[in-house]
Design a binder for this molecule. Sequence first.
Ligand code: ATP
Length: 272
Amino acid sequence: MNLVTDVNQNNINSNGTERENKNIVYDTKDLNLWYGNTHALRNIDLPIYEREVTAIIGPSGCGKSTYLKTLNRMVELVPSVHTSGTIKYRGRDILDKSFKVEALRTSVGMVFQKPNPFPKSIYDNIAYGPKIHGIRNKKILDEIVEKSLRGAYIWDEVKDRLKDNAYSLSGGQQQRICIARCLAIEPDVILMDEPTSALDPKSTLKVEELIQELKKDYSIVIVTHNMQQAARISDRTAFFLNGEVVEYTDTDTLFSTPKDKRTEDYITGRFG
Ligand SMILES: Nc1ncnc2c1ncn2[C@@H]1O[C@H](COP(=O)(O)OP(=O)(O)OP(=O)(O)O)[C@@H](O)[C@H]1O
């Protein structure tokens, strides 16, 4: 493992893991977050690396979704939220007052637990983001729609029914439409909050295969309750407990030889 001395990528984090000599997309340091008096995230120190799948695991209420939602600042929709610390996205602190949240909207896509297509045609679901960003040319929009649906491995299933309402698709197909909708804005990062928990095993497998393909081009952070899923698809895993990162390392190591007894207890099913 090569350590770097660059100011953005230096030192050892509070979980004892070292920052690696790889491009960091998000660098979280000393992040604390409160919902009113509830201290939901505690001293989070977490580098997210480029073109990897990073899994966030941990028992219910440990702060996984809260952390994911700080990465695109969605969490601030809750009025009582306040934070301390820094989250640098590509070197800029997104928690700094001067940071414009719009800059994240075009770079960071989000996929939710329950597929949430718009009540529009399949085509319009995908063209929506590009249109908001000012693209009006039909030919260009057609190209974006096809490329995004191909990228989400659903083109062949829907190419003859692009005018159908997205609600007419199965849950697994709808989730891949939502992923295609993300791809249409050409994001840098895709955040996924339990993207397969509402899907059947076959659709889950398709979405997992898709995530494996997407990481060639995108950096992906996925919250999952499913440890087998984290083990199958992620490069790196962070184990959260009571708002803290207990352990963060490459996925194989975390599941085979965890350093912390609490990680071991969780992954062997002793609690959670
Ligand atoms: N909008 C909110 N207002 C107040 N407290 C909240 C809010 N959202 C979450 N919390 C609290 O913050 C803590 C972390 O919640 P969070 O939803 O991030 O956990 P989680 O690990 O994602 O849980 P789950 O796996 O059940 O989805 C919990 O104590 C929760 O009750």
